[in-house]
Write a protein that binds this ligand. Structure first.
Ligand SMILES: [Zn+2]
Length: 421
């Protein structure tokens, strides 16, 4: 499921997601400028209650990652040890062509795995978001979008699975090399088509409406070689209260999308600071670079799945009615093994993304030249991202720099530019 999630979400992975604005001064100007003191002054704008809530939300996310992988193993157990997979195989055995059997099994598997995972998804995606005041959706709206994602996942996911099984059956032990190439093809295609065909299914994207903010944004975009026609406004308030912006697409479909929460809840300087960051992703080609890193990791993941699958099936294959990797009845096991790999590789995924985010932050500070606005937005993220984690905690769990790191970087930049404007 993680792989499918990566497919659907990669377009948004460079997003600058944030929470509802919290109280605090728009700027903090100590008289004798000291980077540490200026950073601390920003951090102190958060009340103990706000900090406790934000820490609880974010740290709860660490546990959700663990429950997520355990739940995925549980789902695989329902398919394999309770005989659901066996029944599906009997059902599809009536179909005439082997490829059609694989395709239908995969589609039914994706559908049933979604149903089995629903209790965790509804808690994580709906109830928990409301509990922390981050969602703007009714249950019906949330479910409607979930069903749309499910339809996309069943249609495209089963095609990817069909192609992967073709590789397993034709290439034998070296399937994972072919499998990685197949994933590369679908991944590039989905990132390319995402902004044009997938995102508009969920939100409306329009050119930025005329305003002084728009002029300032487009001027900075032009100065950095980004065409104005590639900057959009998205109605993200439909789903969430979070401030966000992201870069999505590839080649001719690449674009920057600022969300309406950002425009409505931030000062023009803050919008400019976020836009500088997004321009960084665009200009530094972060999407193609991340694709390369992700493919290397997926290749490693497939190789490890192959290794573990063979060992497990040698012992439990007869009990689970799974003959070998080419047997589609082993799909729930392969998916669970990939989920375990993704879980263990999370710090690596996070570090790849966080490194890009850090680069975009530095680019944004230089492009927008608004260190205080940048720090103010970093503070606004705190409602959903722990503001001041331990260094190791940031490396393991953070896919963006922490608020503390961001404010510190902004104040460091400011200290070196005090006599300019
Ligand atoms: Zn970013």
């Amino acid at each position: 499921m993680r792989l499918l999630l990566i497919f659907l979400l990669l377009g948004f992975i460079t997003g600058w997601a944030a929470a509802q604005p919290v109280g605090g001064p728009a700027t903090v100007q100590p008289t004798a400028f000291n980077v540490e003191a200026a950073t601390q002054a920003y951090l102190d704008t958060l009340t103990p209650a706000q900090k406790a809530k934000s820490d609880a939300y974010f740290e709860g996310g660490y546990w959700l990652q663990l429950w997520g992988v355990l739940y995925a193993i549980g789902v695989a157990a329902v398919f394999l040890t309770l005989g659901l997979s066996r029944r599906l195989k009997v059902l599809v055995a009536r179909l005439r062509w082997p490829a059609l059997r694989t395709l239908v099994y995969a589609a039914l598997y994706l559908l049933l795995a979604w149903v089995l995972s629903f209790p965790l998804s509804v808690y994580e995606g709906y109830f928990r978001e409301h509990q922390y005041g981050l969602s703007n959706q009714s249950f019906g709206e949330w479910l409607g979008e979930g069903l749309k994602s499910l339809a996309l996942s069943v249609v495209f996911g089963s095609l990817v699975i069909l192609a992967l099984y073709a590789a397993v059956r034709r290439a034998g032990r070296s399937w994972w090399v072919w499998g990685t190439s197949i994933v590369m093809f679908f991944l590039v295609l989905s990132v390319f088509a995402g902004p044009v065909f997938i995102s508009p299914l969920f939100n409306k994207y329009v050119p930025l409406p005329a305003s002084p903010v728009r002029e300032a944004i487009l001027s900075m975009a032009r100065a950095n070689g980004v065409p104005a026609s590639n900057v959009y406004l998205v109605d993200a308030s439909k789903q969430s209260k979070r401030i966000s912006a992201n870069v999505s697409g590839l080649g001719s479909t690449i674009r920057i999308s600022l969300n309406d929460n950002l425009l409505h809840r931030c000062t023009p300087q803050e919008v400019q600071a976020v836009m500088g960051h997004e321009l960084g992703h665009y200009v530094l080609n972060h999407i193609p670079k991340m694709l390369v890193f992700f493919l290397l990791l997926i290749g490693l993941g497939f190789w490890l799945v192959d290794w573990a699958f063979r060992r497990l099936v040698a012992h439990f294959g007869p009990r689970w009615d799974v003959a070998d990797l080419a047997d589609v009845g082993g799909l729930p096991l392969a998916v669970a093994l990939f989920a375990v790999f993704s879980f263990l590789a999370t710090p690596v995924f996070n570090t790849i993304i966080r490194t890009n985010e850090q680069e975009a932050d530095v680019f944004g500070l230089n492009a927008a030249r608004e260190p205080d606005a940048f720090a103010a937005v970093a503070m606004k993220l705190s409602e959903y991202r722990k503001i001041n984690p331990a260094p190791l905690e940031e490396i393991l769990f953070f896919d963006h720099p922490s608020g503390h790191t961001r404010v510190y970087n902004a104040m460091r930049w400011k200290a070196e530019h005090l006599h300019e404007k």
